[in-house]
Design a protein around this ligand. Structure first.
Ligand code: ZN
Ligand code: ZN
Length: 137
């Protein structure tokens, strides 16, 4: 008999401030690489590209900070809503609702059945609770 596949850690619905954070980091990498190219070739076109990209990078960082602040504010002001967003049950309030699908939690760990927590505590079984693939218990 093959053992059941080990379920992953509890997943999260990533907020777009994280995507912007990635964009910001990639922008910084691009600037560093361009700097290196400029130091070797000293072309004016590259210098122009560099200043253009530096402006865009700054704008992306500003958007990232704004989005992150909104997310942190939500976690402080509406912790319940924040938890549902992190769990992927509802869309983030500052993101597009259109086409939203609740996150599949089939691979999420259950506190009781995967982590062996005591049912007597406040833990609840989350097996078969996937909003996309609801099964009857
Ligand atoms: Zn599922
Ligand atoms: Zn369970």
């Amino acid at each position: 008999m093959t053992p059941l596949p080990k379920r992953k850690i509890i997943g999260v619905q990533v907020h777009h401030s994280q995507d912007l954070s990635n964009a910001s980091a990639y922008g910084a990498n691009m600037l560093t690489a361009l700097e290196a190219a400029i130091s070797k070739s000293d072309k004016q076109e590259l210098k122009d590209l560099y200043s253009m990209l530096a402006r865009y990078s700054k704008q992306i960082s500003e958007h990232q900070r704004k989005a992150q602040t909104q997310m942190r504010t939500l976690s402080l002001v509406h912790p319940e809503t924040f938890k549902q967003c992190v769990d992927g049950r509802i869309p983030w309030p500052d993101e597009t609702e259109e086409g939203f699908e609740a996150r599949c939690t089939c691979n999420d760990q259950c506190a009781i059945h995967d982590l062996g927590k005591d049912q007597e505590d406040f833990w609840i079984c989350t097996c078969g609770e996937c909003p996309q693939h609801v099964k009857s218990k």
